[in-house]
Design a protein around this ligand. Sequence first.
Ligand code: FAD
Ligand code: NAD
Length: 482
Amino acid sequence: PAAQEPVPEGKKRLLVLGSGWGSVSVLKNVDSREYDITVVSPRNYFLFTPLLPSCTTGCIEHRSIMEPIRSIIRGKKAEAKFVEAEVTKIDPYNRTVTVSHRAMHDNVKSEQIPDLVEEMPYDYLVIGVGSEVSTYGIPGVQEYGCYLKEIEHAQQIRKRIMDCFEAASFPGVDPETRKRLLTTVVVGGGPTGVEFAGELHDFYVEDLKALEPNLRDQVTLTLIEALPNVLPSFSKHLCDYAEKTLLDEKINVLTKTAVKKVTSDTIYAEKTLPDGRKEEVVIPYGLFVWAGGNSARPIIKDLFSVIPEQATARRGLLVDEYLQVLGTDGVWAIGDCTSSHYAPTAQVAAQQGSYVGRLLNQIAERDDTLDKVTVLKKQLDDGLTDKKVAANELRHWERRLEKASKLKQFQYSHQGSLAYVGSEKAVADLSFWGNAFASGGTWTFMFWRSAYLSMCFSIRNRLLVMLDWTKVRLFGRDVSRE
Ligand code: FAD
Ligand code: NAD
């Protein structure tokens, strides 16, 4: 077990939890020669989430946006380890985490792979475990909803789309059931819901309708949002542009409508009318995608009750200006598992991860320099070296120590927000040299594609994504049912 492996002399044990945007940025930046690094995550790959909605329709194949974590750590100067396991408990007072290998390896169960739960000690800990989908306890959402947060969710949606289509094409099916099977309801008008609706629209228009012309006019797509606008985090002009584009795409956009209950085939929602009265909305569905937002994972919520300084935390861990978890020592938290005034986005998580990686390098330098200063002082006190030479050297190292001890606070630099809205159109809230710039349309779509292509994790990912786009342009999406 990883916990029992000795740490190389002079190195501190650094545990990095998670393999998402934040943690991978830490790994890219931290100097592995300074730390004994172990990454623990139930997912042995990094996922490029911005292109996940495209995987639901086969516009992009899922492996094109995955990068094995082992290839990421292989590129480090010194060895780093990966443990595929779920962290079930963090004990910041005894500096340990409990990891469970239990949920993993289901399909290779054998005596060689024990059902292991172990405690792993750390000197420094970086928590980057993200968030989980929140259903707000709405009845039926967990049972019947498809989420869109992980690769398996996108695969499940892709399969469900085809299941509904094939079932609806069946000759004996009655018209009412056919209509229901061809109805998709997306709940949540944030970027996830809007981007998925846009992708599904493209799929209908470009592929499915051509393959099954009889069903052409029967597909319906409804997007439900509780607030008065879709994409509420974008500027007003872009919210309006996005909504108009969705309506042009014949997507039924229901704003000020909150879903209250879901059964195996029907959604019940409540619409607030302009005069304040409430009206019930009932929609039978074939596919229901829940994109209603996220909340803290259980291991993070546990810390809210264990650490007194976290008692008021709700969405995520409270951190200071150095992203250190309040009430702890040597524990940092980054990305969606934190609560700050930044939006829970990949951009924030990546910048926080890079910052913590660099901070850890500085801390290592500070600790090394402190050791050097302590040794020199002792030598000077013991009169072991030439006094003048030693005093000069000590002054030099003390200056270095002073510099290394000045830790810079985290500063976020917002590069803008982008979202795809279907029909080869995108919206962009950008900032150039401090000036805000909002745009929507086909040129923005080209920008969206090139921006995300350049952000892909590796050259391999970039090539695969380009290939997928080309394949779809030439041959259409693959509609075979797996
Ligand atoms: P994540 O990337 O979610 O990573 C969390 C990691 O922790 C995962 O590896 C997970 O397996 C691991 N983990 C979970 N539980 C445990 C545990 N118990 N123990 C150990 N490890 C654990 N943001 C943008 O800025 N731009 C976009 O265009 C954009 N598009 C998006 C599209 C979609 C469909 C989605 C769902 C999100 C999108 N986001 C986008 C948001 C962005 O993906 C998140 O903000 C980002 O992933 C947060 O990074 P993170 O490192 O905090 O968490
Ligand atoms: P979100 O929290 O941004 O949006 C969820 C939406 O669901 C909200 O607008 C909320 O009002 C609505 N909602 C919740 N309960 C509802 C109910 N019962 N009935 C009707 N509507 C309901 O969630 P998201 O879209 O998954 O995004 C999560 C995070 O990831 C955000 O920070 C977002 O910025 C980021 N993200 C960014 C992009 C991008 O930049 N392109 C894409 C996806 C996600």
